[in-house]
Design a protein around this ligand. Sequence first.
Ligand code: NAG
Length: 126
Amino acid sequence: MKSLKTLFLLAMLMTLAISVPAISPESEEPKWKNRFLSERVLLTCDKYPKVCHIKGSAGSDCCMNKCVNMSTDISNCGKCGKKCSYGKICCQGKCVNPQTNEKHCGKCGNKCNAQSSCIYGMCSYA
Ligand SMILES: *[C@@H]1O[C@H](CO)[C@@H](O)[C@H](O)[C@H]1NC(C)=O
């Protein structure tokens, strides 16, 4: 009778020991899954352009088998392989100089108002 109790306790302990580690991999699963998916995206977007539309993708466009965002990617600005020259950034698919561009002053979408101009990446009143 006593040994049966011990056996039961042992079984309980084993169940606990099994269920505890089973919880932690579960909480890490989404991360692992995303990494797995993005690696697959890199490998297959030439064949399956739709993979670039999944959540966590770098962008919805496929260039050279890589998911990119052509509206902001300085190596694929507006179209695949279009590189922006040194010092320029890609805004809405166009290479612009953020130091002087009045619509993208300092960063994409930072528009200077009519009285100011973009000087060294800042909207300044001259
Ligand atoms: C591409 O970049 C633009 C500007 O940052 C952003 O609005 C858009 O959501 C991005 N698209 C994707 C698919 O990440």
